[in-house]
Design a protein around this ligand. Sequence first.
Ligand code: ADP
Length: 257
Amino acid sequence: MSIESGRAAIELRGVSKRFGSVQVLNRVDLDVHRGKAVVLIGPSGSGKTTLLRCMNFLEEFEEGEIRIDGEPLGYSDDGTRRRRPEREIARQRAALGMVFQSFNLFPHMTVLANVTVGPVRIKGLPRSEAEAVARELLDRVGLGHKLDAYPGQLSGGQQQRVAIARALAMKPKAMLFDEVTSALDPELVGEVLAVMRQLAESGMTMVIVTHEMAFARDAADQVVFMSGGSIVEAGPPDQLFHAPQTERLQAFLRHFR
Ligand code: ADP
């Protein structure tokens, strides 16, 4: 019997989105369960990044509903689909940590300051407490020796690991990763994936858009294949990679052989 009970941490129901006349997401349903790592794969332009950005309300969506721990995201719950006040959206957004392809660190702040600024300014944590948390997280991502460095003095892989620590410092309910290794030199990809793998093993709820199929195969609890704005197949990695059911997924996987 499954011990999973209650609702999923992130629930998507019938989420549709257009950019102008282009239908980018088409009635997407997805449950991201607590403690699970869900990896989104699919061809370029299939809607993976847009779907991830909807989960943080960085993109609005015209139809459907997203719930974070049961609470409707972005729009009011009263059937009018009114946009929530910005304060509420900011609160909802802060519940999810997001890491982007471009690391977006503050260039004029040290590594330690980058990781403490959110908890101090947004959560009102005392600086000493925020620094203790930051040191621990930076240790965890292997950068305990770079506290006083500036982003410009770090490699891309190191900067991305700081970005992960910075997101974790806000104690998010879940982490969203948008192609976080795509801009890195190949030799730096592994160190970032290792941190993400460790995070998945520690039980963090994660949604990850990536082209790293080996990572998807061994770190995901669930793999979701998107094509043309829809989820075409979803399931455990073994099933998706070894017994793809649709011609579209079979064709997509052939590119990685
Ligand atoms: P993926 O992450 O799978 O590569 P995206 O979600 O980035 O796909 O893009 C899905 C589709 O939406 C593409 O056709 C893309 O050109 C389009 N798109 C993405 N962002 C925008 C935008 N801000 N304005 C207009 N079209 C966009």
